[in-house]
Design a binder for this molecule. Structure first.
Ligand SMILES: C[S@@+](CC[C@H](N)C(=O)[O-])C[C@H]1O[C@@H](n2cnc3c(N)ncnc32)[C@H](O)[C@@H]1O
Length: 256
């Protein structure tokens, strides 16, 4: 166990960077005003096929929705869900700018209760979101429900290499808008994915966040939106916070 809490951070997540939206829309970030850090890029390993139906859990400003929409093409479908109407509005702007609205649907809802039909989806992807949920098991149960047999997860998320002081974890949870608000140990996280009914997850990449990355992640999507935790609290967990990318599949047969 690492670290000790010294203060708390709290912020308000009002929006997403236009620079990210510009990149998703394929436009030059010519007059970029702020940078937005992302803990991963699930589209880099999701291996989407033309015609796939894809859901993005916690789509934020829509960068992955746009990238996925390009990959699945006009015969595919991408559903971006986010619990905040403000983010869905941002995502809608990105989709319009990228001219992929013919294959995109955006929904305000909780990723643990999407309202989507059983077995209706080929791929669930998510970037830096599921760790924020206080009930990750329910999120993965929902992903299993909506995926067709043989469908898969492509997830980037933030985890810990070992447990940290619960008081410090509470500090990070208070700054829930950051990308690490509910991070738990990787072994617990991946065990939860398997317990939900998925095959054993395959970790495609694992990256220990450096000090600068950790600071950026802890106040994602930027200082404008959230102050994040104190530097001393971040220093206490240096070397224990990881970004992981993994896939896992919904079995085609009955659970054994
Ligand atoms: C750190 S941002 C990541 C956004 C996006 N995936 C990206 O990579 O740019 C987290 C997003 O998840 C959303 N979110 C957090 N908890 C959620 C939940 N339970 N259900 C749906 N969206 C959620 C937030 O509103 C926010 O837009």
């Amino acid at each position: 166990m690492r670290g000790a809490a010294t203060t708390s951070g709290r912020g308000v997540f009002r929006g997403r960077s236009r620079s990210v939206q510009r990149r998703a829309a394929g436009r030059r970030p010519g007059h970029r005003t702020e940078s937005v850090e992302r803990c991963g890029n699930p589209l880099a390993f999701a291996a989407l096929d033309a015609g796939d139906t894809v859901v993005d859990f916690g789509c934020g400003g829509g960068i992955d929705v746009v990238l996925a929409a390009r990959q699945v093409g006009p015969t595919g479908r991408v559903i971006g869900i986010d619990m905040t109407p403000e983010m869905i509005t941002r995502a809608a702007e990105s989709v319009t700018e990228a001219a992929v609205g013919d294959r995109v649907e955006l929904k305000v809802c909780d990723m643990a209760a999407t309202g989507l039909a059983d077995a209706s989806v080929d791929v669930v992807l998510s970037n830096c979101v599921i760790n924020l949920s206080p009930d990750k098991q329910a999120v993965y149960a929902e992903a299993l429900r909506i995926l067709r047999p043989g469908g898969r997860l492509a997830i980037s998320d933030v985890v810990l290499s070992e447990p940290i002081d619960p008081a410090l974890a509470a500090v990070f949870a208070a700054s829930w808008v950051g990308c690490m608000g509910g991070a738990i140990p990787e072994t617990d996280y991946l065990q939860m994915v398997s317990a939900a009914g998925f095959t054993t997850p395959t970790v495609a990449a694992r990256h220990t966040l450096g000090a600068g990355e950790l600071a950026a992640m802890s106040c994602c999507p930027g200082q404008r939106y959230t102050t994040g935790p104190a530097a001393a609290d971040l220093a206490a967990v240096a070397g224990t916070v990881l970004s992981i990318k993994f896939t896992a599949t919904k079995p085609t047969g009955p659970a054994t």
